[in-house]
Write a protein that binds this ligand. Sequence first.
Ligand SMILES: Nc1ncnc2c1ncn2[C@@H]1O[C@H](COP(=O)(O)OP(=O)(O)O)[C@@H](O)[C@H]1O
Ligand SMILES: [Mg+2]
Length: 159
Amino acid sequence: MIKEQFENEMKLEFTSKSSNEAFARIAVAAFVSQLDPTIEELADIKTAVSEAVTNSIIHGYENKQGIVKICGKLKDNKIILEISDSGKGIENIDVAKEPLYTTKPNLERSGMGFTIMESFMDKVEVESIVDVGTKVTMEKTIKKEDLLDEEELKITTKE
Ligand SMILES: Nc1ncnc2c1ncn2[C@@H]1O[C@H](COP(=O)(O)OP(=O)(O)O)[C@@H](O)[C@H]1O
Ligand SMILES: [Mg+2]
């Protein structure tokens, strides 16, 4: 089997309306479907995207108008997602990432957004500059279980 050598890339830009959170999550799911993820892997990615996009909308732009950007890349069987805004930025990233930490407790935020992203994705990196914006980069490798099974089958039939 010949492996594709070039990487696949997509970019999305949309207005910071909370109704676009579903659009973003579904668009990313459609893109990553090319890697044949399991339903669980797909659900994990959608949840992580949803948390990052919601953060840009409610914390970054505080529901004012702005643009949220998503850059998605597929490299072999890995998806790399960059979700960014040009909003208010985060003063202390380490503190913001702590479980239960939220600057909007009155909005019934759980403070678990970053913890959820970290537990559902393999890698999460946050870059932010106050009054400039925030970029969250996440990666997840899609396990090729079916392929493994097929290969194992071939080996057994050969013997
Ligand atoms: N894109 C962003 N722009 C500005 N601040 C952010 C952004 N994302 C997260 N934050 C800050 O990090 C905190 C923690 O985020 P998170 O773990 O998702 O919890 P929650 O959204 O429930 O507050 C937020 O309360 C907010 O202060
Ligand atoms: Mg959040």
